[in-house]
Design a protein around this ligand. Structure first.
Ligand SMILES: Cc1cc2nc3c(=O)[nH]c(=O)nc-3n(C[C@H](O)[C@H](O)[C@H](O)COP(=O)(O)OP(=O)(O)OC[C@H]3O[C@@H](n4cnc5c(N)ncnc54)[C@H](O)[C@@H]3O)c2cc1C
Length: 475
């Protein structure tokens, strides 16, 4: 491709900014990143309290975040944040000893350990190729992409077993006779807002929580950033030849020979378009997301495919508790990580150990697709209402003994964030080749698709997918 082509990138989150970085590294320097808000980072969102940044979006990474590491090197950032500490609680506030070897059921723990080991072996052998970034070929029993190694060599192959990845993770574990592993995988999955194992295809669970990543979580071998995850992308943006154009209000994109974008009332013409903003079409019940068809001339094919996308209703709320209530570590409430306890707080995160007067952040999910209902029934059913769920979470917080202090009679809540979170498709559409169809459209109409839906909704998979896209199409 001609290196001087003009490329528009929609979205200044990890996917969009890293697309700019990788393009630049390949010699494509004529790009513009349009960001609709007044800041970069997207769901890596780290506001400030008492001179320190806390996290309303992404918090952590693991040493196998190779793509995030590319960004760190480019931007001159290091993962120098506080160590994460967690403790388990029952919903009534009592300590939860389920992982405590001395107090808990040792035969069960031994069984669990055996299944984890077996699961790791099965993934490496029967499901060879399962962990590659993106979903190209999976529903057809193939893998194609870059290895999850520091060198990220191109790899491809045929493996019919990969078709199993379309089924919900719970079923996948049962099929492979390792049902107990869900007890471990659930924590960095459901509590991090990615939904429940009876609904979410195994492919998503395992692209993110591949075996090495999962073991890093188990061993608390994690990365955080002192100035928050947003600071990674602010530093990246500052190093780009063309930092993102903030407050870009895109009202129209028309594609033909060229791509014409109406932004802040002015038309700009480009050769290529990379979309990292939500691809979902139609009305989205979220304060920050808008349907792609509200500004793009979507084709029939795009409309058909992108109408299948769903997302998670995942809310975070930061509040201040009384000095004497600060816990010794973040609380994980595993009993609230089930579909039956939808709408209850799952994690209460404390970022800086032993420091009073810092925000505590609660995490809750508000929608679940029951395996017995059709997509149509699910979409027609109302989700848990935001305010009612917030009330439930405040009650949960009170039971845990870490309630907000009152200021002028009101709870001291300092920030609420409702993310358009983890866009994905369900098993039926995954198995029917949703990804193969979308990947086949890459480049048509001068358009490329990146961002969370194309791989998975975490920092590394989104950045890695941008790398993948640039490697494939912008040589
Ligand atoms: C509560 C929470 C916890 C998380 N924890 C972790 C974690 O610990 N580790 C981890 O790796 N990941 C975590 N994540 C996920 C991670 O933040 C996302 O996967 C990642 O930010 C996705 O990057 P993205 O660029 O694809 O999308 P986003 O981050 O959503 O960025 C998209 C950008 O596009 C902009 N945009 C949207 N529409 C338009 C438009 N029409 N025009 C212009 N701009 C537009 C948005 O404003 C936004 O800036 C978490 C997220 C949340 C919300």
């Amino acid at each position: 491709m001609e290196k001087n082509i003009r490329i528009a990138i929609i979205g200044g989150g990890p996917a969009g900014l890293s697309a700019g970085m990788y393009l630049e590294q390949k010699g494509y320097e004529n790009y513009v990143i349009f960001e609709k808000t007044d800041h970069v980072g997207g769901k890596c969102h780290s506001p400030t309290w008492n001179g320190k940044r806390y996290e309303m979006g992404a918090i952590m990474g693991v040493p196998s975040y190779y793509a995030v590491h590319d960004v760190e090197l480019f931007a001159g950032v290091d993962h120098n944040g506080p160590r994460l500490h967690r403790t388990y609680r029952l919903p009534n506030g009592q300590p939860d000893h389920r992982f405590d070897k001395k107090l808990f059921n040792i035969p069960h723990l031994l069984k669990l350990k055996k299944q984890i080991k077996k699961f790791g072996e099965i993934l490496e052998t029967k499901y060879k190729g399962y962990d590659i970034c993106g979903h190209r070929g999976v529903s057809e029993g193939r893998y194609e992409g870059f290895a999850v190694t520091p060198g990220r060599e191109p790899v491809s192959g045929v493996n019919e077993n990969l078709k199993d990845l379309a089924m919900p993770f719970k079923k996948f574990c049962e099929l492979n006779k390792c049902p107990l592993v869900t007890e471990i995988w659930v924590q960095p999955f459901t509590s991090f807002g990615y939904g429940y194992f009876d609904e979410i295809p195994a492919a998503y669970v395992l692209k993110y929580l591949d075996f090495q990543t999962m073991m890093n979580f188990v061993n608390v071998n994690l990365w955080t950033w002192k100035d928050g995850t947003q600071s990674i992308y602010e530093a990246l943006n500052a190093k780009l030849k063309h930092p993102a154009l903030l407050n870009s209000n895109i009202t129209k994109i028309v594609r033909g020979e060229k791509v014409t974008i109406t932004v802040n009332g002015k038309e700009e013409v480009f050769d290529k378009l990379i979309i990292t903003a939500p691809l979902q079409v139609g009305t989205i019940n979220n304060p920050v997301a808008q349907g792609l068809d509200s500004y793009l001339d979507v084709t029939e094919k795009e409309r058909e495919l992108f109408s299948k996308i769903d997302y998670e209703r995942y809310d975070t709320m930061a509040y201040i508790t009384a000095k004497e209530n600060y816990p010794e570590a973040s609380f994980y409430v595993v009993d609230n990580m089930t579909p039956e306890t939808l709408g209850h707080g799952m994690v209460f995160y404390m970022r800086w150990g032993n420091e009073p007067d810092q925000p505590l952040v609660s995490y809750v999910l508000r929608k679940h697709k029951d395996p017995s209902e059709s997509l149509k029934q699910y979409k027609a059913r109302p989700e848990l209402e935001y305010e009612a769920t917030k009330k439930t979470v405040l009650e949960d917080i009170a039971k845990l003994g870490i309630p907000p202090i009152k200021e002028e009679g009101k709870d001291k809540i300092i920030y609420e964030f409702q993310a358009y979170y983890f866009p994905h498709v369900f098993s039926e559409d995954y198995a029917a080749g949703w990804y193969e169809k979308v990947e086949a459209m890459q480049g048509q109409n001068n358009t490329y698709y990146a961002g969370e839906i194309m791989s998975f909704g975490d920092m590394d998979e989104t950045v890695e997918y941008s790398r993948d896209l640039v490697e494939r199409f912008f040589r």
